[in-house]
Design a protein around this ligand. Structure first.
Ligand SMILES: [Zn+2]
Length: 888
């Protein structure tokens, strides 16, 4: 691998974004349907669908369905072959008819290519240009993981139930309908489904008609959809309840299993305020007559919710508030998930990326929009601090050499699946936050409104957004946007000399790059918008660091904060004298900058760019009454350091004593008992501290958690709902065999899916290796539920990564049944990537070469890079921390 220069990266990517045209598109073809010669997996562009009439009859008990589809299509160039996407479908009858007054033509031959996930229909003679209908009778499978049409089973007091749902992103509509299953093919859909008469069906559009078929089943027909991509189609069938409210012309609904509507009230109310906000922000009102959010029991290893147009799908844990188990952070995450998915109704559904290269246009934007909307509608949550954490997580990944640009090259289904990662979401979000900060919120919104208006019902690439924002803003942003989205990596701004002159600080800045595993590489160049200010004095000063250097004059002679307000996507390294000044004034620093400085020093300390103990200096300097989120972050950093000591009990104990002593006065502030009217952030901190102190082995916390668990058998108040998960988490982590058995018995007896799932995850969250092995064995049985087992194994990997990885590989066939088919290549990498054992590097390599196509190895390569980084950090960080602790 050679070092990348900006121009080489830009040339490569701009060439790619220009969509080389190798075949002539039809006259009315949208440019997004031009041929991409660099993506040979795309379907031929000689035929274009315009409408699907689909009818399905599921056999829920038999896990199969029958389908009938009639596809209206245009043949753009004479052809004897039509290729579309299909997988795991069996074709019974195929008919072709021609023209507005249909005339039957001879049936074609069908050839299925399951590796390519296509079906090709070959005709006796080439079809001339014109309009046709291709009618197919077929059958397919109902899965038990969240892919295609799938079943979720769940317990109720009235016995076991089964409901059906669909999940098509990124490339699984082809398991449900033989179709042109790429985002650029927008068509309308007429969907109907035959269901048991006692059951309800929900889709993107309202029910247009329901006919009792007289045999215990009914045919439900939905209103036609607008022109949209296949991956956004949705169907749910089951014993469901629905509650609604209205915002203007739109009916907003939540759909749950029978009897759970009360728990969806917060999601319904939140959806209404969010929709009102977005109608205003986007300037184009939500275009469908209704917007449902459908809750489903169970889990996926890969997503929590899906933005199907008009019919958002959300797993129960991210939508329902159950007073017996839900916490304040669950509330925030329900709001955030709803805000994210609803913003996709515009960014994703109304305007869709042309291809998966630009997935970040969906995900980065929705993540940013959700964050911005939480800050606006729930200022008391102060979630701007959480966005700093999100940026940090993205930079952790982006500083490894296996990273990729925000806009990336995607060829295969697996690569599209792997594109749903922290770079696409959190870096995408952070880049938008920076650009919005650079141009101003009003100008940014004007650009977004123009983009939505201009591209409604169309497909776009990233440059469409930059062009529209630039047109409104009146200053160039495309160059900066390209540098942050077309090249990978993390800019590093070093704060060098600071001199005080005439009441202002003269600050010199240099730009390099933070890489955790290639320190010798030539840094990439970015134009970095920088905001700086003095602690507690003066207005912020703005500049753009270009060409690697800048100097600026900041009013005041106090310690200077660079990246003030934390909207910039870069790390800040303070030269030692500047860091000492910042640390000395740390209590007076704005909480959002405290967060940024903490996380930068934590990252830079581990990367060997600043003393590893600096983050502990900051933790020491933080006052007990600091913002709860700052203490929550310090607790997370302590847990991170503790984890680096894994396997070294003596040194670990010394660190744990320090960490417990530092957190104890903060925990004294929150106490065990929730107080009425306390801030949400305080309630979240309480749970965070109980969990972290439990992990650190704080005797008092572990004993009290155990006492409350025992007492809860007779006194429910000992374990209120808001503390249930965290108390049981401490108990499970430190469980002996008898306690584990008790938790297991509770899991078996439990009838509420949310509570039951949590109990099975707790069984897997034990520190004891022998009990963890029992949890792994249990995960392979049918007992926990088909979609829970994958999460249990992943939970074991948090504490026992080598055990979990070895086990999963040894039982690969069984484990594959418990994981979403299209995302398996990510799952094993996720287990092994948490290891600190040098042997894991070889194991991951062996796994990749035995099981993964060369093009599907990014997650495994990243897992290897993470293990290697962990080994380096242990070598580097822990001695610095030992030495710092020794002088205390
Ligand atoms: Zn999303």
């Amino acid at each position: 691998m050679s070092s990348r220069s900006l121009s080489a990266v830009l040339t490569a990517l701009v060439g790619l974004a220009a969509l080389p045209v190798a075949a002539r598109p039809g006259p009315a073809d949208p440019p997004s349907l031009a041929v991409r010669v660099d993506v040979p997996t795309q379907l031929p562009r000689n035929v274009r669908p315009t409408h699907y009439d689909v009818s399905v009859t599921p056999d829920a008990a038999g896990l199969t369905f029958r389908g009938r589809v009639s596809i209206a299509m245009e043949v753009l160039e004479p052809t004897a072959d039509i290729t579309l996407n299909a997988i795991d479908l069996t074709f019974a009858e195929v008919r072709l008819s021609e023209g507005p007054a249909p005339r039957a033509l001879p049936a074609p031959k069908v050839a299925v290519d399951s590796a390519a996930q296509t079906a090709t229909f070959t005709f006796e003679r080439p079809l001339p240009r014109g309009t046709y209908r291709l009618a197919l009778d077929y059958s397919g499978r109902i899965g038990t993981q969240a892919v295609g049409l799938f079943a979720l089973d769940y317990e109720t007091p009235a016995g076991r139930k089964r409901a059906l749902f669909t999940q098509f992103e990124n490339s699984d509509a082809r398991r449900f309908i033989p179709s042109w299953d790429e985002p650029a093919y927008r068509t309308t859909f007429d969907l109907e489904v035959v269901v048991p008469s006692a059951e309800t069906a929900v889709s993107n559009m309202p029910v247009a008609g329901r006919t009792d078929l007289g045999d215990g089943t009914s045919r439900v027909r939905f209103a036609p959809t607008p022109r949209m991509s296949t991956y956004l189609l949705f169907l749910a069938v089951g014993e469901l309840d629905r509650a609604t409210t209205r915002v203007g012309e739109t009916e907003i609904g939540v759909v749950t299993k029978k009897g759970a509507l009360d728990q969806a009230r917060f999601a319904l109310d939140s959806s209404a305020v969010v929709l009102r906000e977005y109608n205003d922000y986007f300037g184009t009102p939500y275009p469908l007559p209704k917007l449902d959010n459908i809750a489903a029991p169970g889990r996926s290893q890969f997503f929590g919710a899906m933005e199907n147009w008009g019919a958002i799908f959300t797993f129960e844990y991210a939508l329902l508030l159950d007073p017996s188990i839900s916490t304040e952070s669950d509330r925030q995450s329900i709001f955030e998930v709803a805000a994210h998915e609803i913003s996709h109704q515009w960014f994703g559904d109304l305007v869709t990326m042309a291809w998966w290269d630009d997935l970040w246009l969906n995900e980065g934007f929705a993540s940013w929009m959700a964050g911005r909307t939480m800050e606006k509608l729930h200022p008391e949550w102060n979630t701007a601090l959480g966005a700093v954490t999100g940026r940090h997580v993205a930079q952790e990944r982006d500083a490894l050499s296996t990273t990729h640009p925000v806009v990336q090259h995607v060829e295969t289904v697996e690569q599209a699946s792997q594109a749903f990662d922290v770079i696409t979401y959190q870096k995408g979000e952070a880049v938008i936050r920076m650009l919005e900060g650079y141009v101003g919120a009003d100008a940014w919104r004007a650009g977004v409104r123009r983009y939505i208006k201009e591209h409604a019902y169309g497909n776009t690439v990233s440059d469409d957004l930059w062009r529209d924002v630039e047109a409104e803003v009146g200053k160039p942003i495309t160059a900066i946007a390209h540098e942050f989205t077309l090249q990978p990596g993390v800019p590093l701004i070093t704060v060098g000399d600071v001199t005080c002159r005439g009441g202002a600080s003269e600050v010199s800045l240099t730009q390099s790059e933070l890489s955790k595993d290639r320190p010798e590489k030539t840094p990439l160049r970015w134009s970095v918008p920088v905001i700086a200010r003095s602690v507690g004095a003066g207005d912020p000063v703005r500049t753009v660091v270009t060409g690697g250097k800048a100097s600026l004059s900041v009013p005041g002679c106090e310690a200077v904060i660079v990246n003030a307000g934390q909207s910039g996507y870069y790390r800040t390294l303070y030269a030692p004298p500047q860091f000492a000044r910042v640390a000395a004034r740390f209590p007076a620093v704005d909480p959002i900058d405290q967060m940024g400085i903490l996380l930068d020093s934590w990252a830079l300390g581990r990367a060997g760019r600043q003393p590893g103990s600096d983050v502990l200096e900051l933790a020491k300097a933080t006052p007990v009454d600091a913002d709860p989120q700052i203490w929550g972050q310090i607790a997370s950093i302590f847990a991170g350091i503790d984890d680096y000591y894994r396997g070294d009990a003596a040194r670990r104990a010394a660190f744990q004593r320090f960490a417990i002593a530092r957190l104890a006065p903060v925990f004294a502030r929150t106490g065990w008992s929730p107080r009425p009217d306390e801030p949400a952030t305080e309630a979240i901190l309480r749970n965070k501290l109980i969990s972290t102190l439990g992990t650190l082995g704080d005797r008092a916390v572990v004993d009290e958690a155990r006492r409350r668990f025992r007492a809860s058998a007779t006194d429910p108040a000992a374990m209120p709902g808001s503390l249930r998960k965290v108390i049981l988490g401490v108990v499970a982590r430190h469980a002996d065999a008898a306690t584990w058995d008790k938790l297991h018995a509770a899991a078996v007896a439990e009838k509420t899916p949310l509570v039951k799932e949590n109990l099975y995850f707790l069984l897997a969250a034990t520190a004891d290796a022998a009990l963890a092995r029992r949890a792994l064995d249990l995960a392979l049985t049918a007992e926990p539920g088909a979609t829970i087992s994958g999460g249990m194994i992943a939970e074991v990997a948090e504490e026992h990564p080598d055990l979990a990885f070895d086990f999963a590989l040894a039982h690969m066939a069984a484990v594959n049944e418990k994981v979403d088919a299209s995302s398996r290549s990510r799952y094993y990498a996720g287990l092994g990537g948490q290891s600190a054992d040098p042997a894991m590097v070889g194991k991951l390599k062996a796994y990749a070469s035995a099981h993964l196509d060369v093009k599907s190895r990014r997650d495994t390569d990243t897992a290897i890079a993470r293990v290697e980084d962990r080994l380096r950090v242990r070598e580097r960080l822990l001695p610095a921390i030992d030495a710092w602790l020794a002088v205390r």
